[in-house]
Write a protein that binds this ligand. Structure first.
Ligand SMILES: [Zn+2]
Length: 90
């Protein structure tokens, strides 16, 4: 049955744009697939070389950090300190 190949080809074309969504990582906190990969950061001078991968969940707004291919750990992004007003001492 040659028609089956056509149907499979059509399905593959229809489904392929969905793959990035399907492959999105699951958030360990809220279990929603809304985890976005932010960046991978190499630790300078570390031996063996280490790197962290940062993620953020769009559902619960939690940030996560992953050491190499280890476990995801929740991680507080450095809070931007409000600029301190330095009063010059006269
Ligand atoms: Zn979440």
């Amino acid at each position: 049955m040659k028609d089956w190949y056509m149907i499979f080809a059509l399905l593959a074309v229809l489904v392929s744009p969905l793959f990035p969504i399907l492959l999105k990582s699951k958030c360990p906190r809220c279990a929603k697939r809304k985890l976005e990969h932010l960046e991978s950061v190499h630790v300078d001078g570390a031996k063996p070389s280490e790197f962290f991968t940062y993620y953020k969940c769009h559902a619960c707004e939690t940030s996560f950090r992953q050491k190499r291919s280890g476990k995801l750990e929740s991680f507080e992004p450095p809070v931007q300190e409000p600029e301190r007003v330095l009063t010059p001492s006269l």
